[in-house]
Design a binder for this molecule. Structure first.
Ligand SMILES: NC(=O)C1=CN([C@@H]2O[C@H](COP(=O)(O)OP(=O)(O)OC[C@H]3O[C@@H](n4cnc5c(N)ncnc54)[C@H](O)[C@@H]3O)[C@@H](O)[C@H]2O)C=CC1
Ligand SMILES: CCCCC/C=C\C=C\C(=O)C/C=C\C/C=C\CCCC(=O)O
Length: 174
């Protein structure tokens, strides 16, 4: 199992770092997993979970760079999963898209300039709610333990629960 989870949200102070960590980090991690885990190169197969966000599925006005990075993660993961060779590799590639979640990323973001005290941001948070980490772990475990979900994008939000995004297309089953 490889989980590409590391992520930052440095929208103004260092937006290039956001792209480096959130996009390049996930691509590097995925490529390493393919290299060492694929049955076609002596590995045992397995699962790669790339952590995106609901911000990878819908625009958010106050963090466009972060949104761009998470759309990239979703598009990248789904595309890798569609590779016709994936069946032989014994690998599956899936994406986890949590909504706002109670971690240090959120608490530090809430204190940042332009966000703290912004009425529109407060309204968004009130309407979406905030996940507990435990709830996101439930979604993560479902994603991990389901065998035939290659290319699956799992959304976990306080408001709408745990569900796959879009129509679950079965591509390149193991
Ligand atoms: N907290 C939230 O509201 C949401 C978070 N996410 C995503 O979940 C993932 C985990 O984030 P959280 O646990 O919320 O944040 P966090 O800030 O608590 O954890 C992020 C982790 O990434 C690590 N990290 C950052 N840059 C790194 C680098 N260059 N190399 C290695 N590790 C690095 C940090 O050390 C930290 O342990 C991220 O990809 C984030 O974008 C997705 C949706 C909502
Ligand atoms: C409001 C806090 C600002 C700082 C944000 C910090 C971290 C955010 C991480 C995310 O990945 C954001 C999560 C969700 C995106 C927000 C809105 C999308 C709305 C989707 C929906 O309707 O549920």
């Amino acid at each position: 199992i490889v989980v590409n989870n590391a992520g930052v949200n440095l929208e103004n102070e260092s937006w290039r770092t956001t792209i480096m960590v959130n996009v390049i980090g996930v691509i590097e991690g995925t490529k390493l997993a393919e290299k060492y885990m694929s049955k076609t190169s002596g590995g045992r197969g397995g699962v790669v979970v790339n952590v995106a966000s609901t911000a990878g599925l819908t625009p958010v006005f106050f963090m466009p760079v972060y949104v761009a990075s998470k759309y990239s993660v979703v598009g990248f993961t789904r595309s890798v999963a569609m590779n016709p060779d994936v069946g032989r590799s014994g690998l599956r590639f899936v994406c986890l898209c949590p909504g706002f979640t109670d971690t240090s990323l959120l608490s530090s973001g809430l204190k940042s300039e332009g966000i703290s005290g912004n009425k529109l941001v407060e309204e968004l948070l009130t309407s979406t709610g905030i996940n507990t980490v435990e709830f996101v772990v439930e979604g993560f475990m479902q994603l991990l333990l389901t065998d035939d979900n290659n290319g699956g994008v799992m959304v976990v939000t306080k408001q709408r629960g745990i569900r796959y995004h879009g129509r679950q297309r079965k591509v390149n089953k193991l």
